[in-house]
Design a protein around this ligand. Sequence first.
Ligand code: CO8
Length: 262
Amino acid sequence: MSANTTPELITVTTEGRVGIVTLNRPKQLNALNDQLMTELGTALKAFDADDAIGCMVITGSEKAFAAGADIGAMATYSFTDVYKGDYITRNWETIRSVRKPVIAAVSGFALGGGCELAMMCDFIIAADNAKFGQPEIKLGIIPGAGGTQRLPRAVGKAKAMDLVLTGRMMDATEAERAGLVSRVVPLEKLMEETLGAALMICEYSLISVMAAKESVNRAFESGLADGVMFERRLFHALFATEDQKEGMDAFVNKRKAAFKHR
Ligand code: CO8
């Protein structure tokens, strides 16, 4: 699909200042193919550039957030195909360039590339029926969209090795205990809870929200001294913004802050 055509494998909606992308390939349990990932990337980039949007949510169906990359589409690829053409992987990086927060609202299966997509989001809120896993080993491959890198950072080496080497799934309770998800909620409350968090984020200064996201992400990409210095510089820089003056003046004068840059 080009940027101007209607997406077919996702639906794009808004709720207040929240942009919502719902993966919509139900018969294949939202298996992620090239078209879906292109549509997702296009939608996220459009929300990121839209001043009316402050936060994004990616979700799927009750049964599946996404059951992985599309196995049927990959089955006959050769090494030359995937390496030279960068097939499979080429549309997966867009989400990493999005600067506003992205929350994954996960119910049902989040497996393989589906788990990796959820982990590329800034945090994961899981329904109590969610199941996470990296079952690629069963297909004779390994995770290819950051699973072997983001999972150990989230849950530690022992559990990441267990999941990646056995291919087993973990339920929402285990995922929360391990630190992969920030909250577990009853299935019927998943969108209400996620939108509550997203709408709350939209109330804050977008400048400080983007700086906070950048700074937390830096924790995964640098050593402690570099990360702390990066945080300090951003912290200092925020004192140059009107929203810092507004936020602190509102606190001092016991009123609600009305941030200018949202
Ligand atoms: N790809 C394509 N089709 C799928 C996928 C998938 N990943 N998962 C499910 N489907 C299809 C099934 O083929 C089936 O289609 P049909 O009705 O036409 O036969 C339909 O969805 C329903 O699936 P099931 O009948 O299997 O449903 P069950 O409830 O019995 O089982 C499971 C659900 C457990 C989720 C099961 O479908 C399953 O194990 N799916 C595969 C999970 C998997 O292996 N995922 C990893 C895929 S590899 C990957 O993600 C690599 C990522 C690399 C990313 C690289 C880019 C950077």
